[in-house]
Design a protein around this ligand. Structure first.
Ligand code: SF4
Length: 433
């Protein structure tokens, strides 16, 4: 049976799709990249914003005509949306044949095999806070970078976030399991690994914390670059910063979600840190690694946010000078605390504030990229550039796409490139022989 998986949302979902592919392949299903030959279409979904859910529902509607012409085609929904909406999904669209939650992927083969009749519907969204998918090695779909899940779930309950409700409580994967997966990945030729979790800094397995884990991964010979996502500012310890600075393979790049620059809003978000604490971390990081690139997430128009409070976020962004910021207008999610707050900000104001943040960050990012001109960077060459067959493209250690004249024999190699220009969010350079 051919299975086509379509993935939405964050890297955790990308990694989960790879895990699901591995579970299904073991039971002799084939994973295909062409939807036209699929017997089963699985949508791995995201619930972080309403927009993300609407997109998936729209996509499922699009596939209804395919189902009409191929009677035995099955459509399934997995991931956060499956967990959140459960059986309701089948009421919303009866062409959905199965709904499977994030802790029940081991049951997918049996669920799919059990759908005999046209109107059969299966739903399993039981929460299992102990499920860590031990000993299942995902089929990594990338060529150069592999995502490795080190923990699942989240205990933080930020008041705007649905994740703790859809992904359950935090649990760390056994250290040996992680190390053997990364060792296997290295043997397959991957040199760049990203450690994933909702809050990797709180990784804890027996006596190994995140700093120790980083040290252990750094020792794996075949791996040349290590990144990790997502970090929580309240849990990013001095030890982790020290290990980042001292470990040659841990890249000078960190995504650290600030969300707001106002202490009262941060408290209402239940983020567990102040704006001063956040600022201090960025300074420590830059002191330890002067070339580090720091990226962030910011929410505009959180319930109750006054003009002054918004201005504090704007000012702190300006002061910190992030390399890049993912900015969002606040989107209420049913089931979260913040969605119940009475002082919701009108959409027009949220959009206005978002626009201001985007404009500010565009200027900062442009400047940050210009500052790279003249520097020599190590680039992991990934592909021929989309714009010219005579140019190669890859990423620097600080996660900037870099393009330079070269040929395809360089793909998969690490090269030194002198940066000569910055065009939009791309660096241009020349190869140093
Ligand atoms: S740390 Fe906060 S924002 Fe991140 S997944 Fe957990 S609850 Fe959501």
């Amino acid at each position: 049976m051919n299975i086509y998986i379509e993935t939405y949302g964050c890297q955790m979902n990308v990694a989960d799709s790879e895990l699901v592919a591995s579970i299904l392949k073991k039971e002799h299903f084939s994973i295909v990249e062409d939807i036209n030959i699929a017997d089963v279409i699985i949508f791995n979904t995201c619930s972080v914003r309403q927009h993300a859910e609407d997109r998936v529902l729209g996509r499922i509607n699009n596939e209804m005509s395919r189902k009409r012409s191929k009677k035995d085609l099955k459509i399934g929904v997995i991931g956060c949306m499956a967990q959140r909406l459960d059986k309701q999904l089948n009421e919303m669209n009866s062409s959905i044949d199965f709904v499977v939650g994030v802790d029940q992927y081991n049951h997918l083969p049996a669920i799919i095999n059990g759908l005999y009749n046209e109107n059969d519907f299966e739903c399993n969204t039981i929460v299992n806070d102990a499920e860590i998918y031990k000993d299942i090695y995902p089929i990594h779909s990338g060529k150069f970078n592999a995502f490795v899940t080190i923990m699942r779930g989240c205990n933080n309950f930020c008041t705007y976030c649905i994740v703790p409700y859809t992904r359950g409580r935090e649990r760390s994967r056994p250290i040996d399991d992680i190390i053997s997966e990364i060792t296997e990945i290295g043997k397959k030729g991957f040199k760049d690994v990203s450690l994933l979790g909702q809050n990797v800094n709180s990784y804890h397995y027996k006596n190994v914390n995140f700093a120790e884990l980083l040290k252990k991964v750094n020792k794996i010979e075949t791996i040349k670059r290590i990144r990790f996502i997502t970090s929580h500012p309240k849990d990013l310890s001095d030890d982790v910063i020290k290990v980042m600075a001292e470990s040659d393979k841990v890249c000078e790049h960190l995504h650290l979600a600030m969300q707001s620059g106002d202490d009262e809003i941060l408290a209402r978000m239940n983020r567990g840190y102040t704006s001063q604490h956040f600022y201090d971390i960025t300074q420590k990081l830059r002191k330890a690694m002067p070339d580090i690139s720091i990226t962030t997430d910011i929410i505009a128009g959180f319930p109750g946010e006054t003009e002054e409070q918004f201005q504090r976020t704007y000012d702190l962004m300006k002061k910190i000078q992030f390399d890049y910021a993912f900015t969002f207008k606040y989107s209420p999610r049913t089931g979260t605390k913040a969605a119940e707050f009475k002082d919701q900000i009108p959409e027009t104001i949220r959009l206005e504030r978002l626009k201001k943040l985007i404009e500010l960050q565009q200027d900062i990012t442009t400047q940050k990229y210009k500052e790279q001109i003249g520097k020599i960077k190590e680039i992991y060459v990934e592909q021929i550039s989309k714009k010219s067959e005579y140019e190669m493209a890859g990423k620097s250690r600080d996660f900037k796409i870099t393009v330079f004249p070269g040929d395809s024999t360089l793909i998969g190699k690490f090269v030194k490139v002198k940066i000569t220009d910055a065009v939009g969010w791309t660096l241009k350079g020349e190869l140093i022989k």
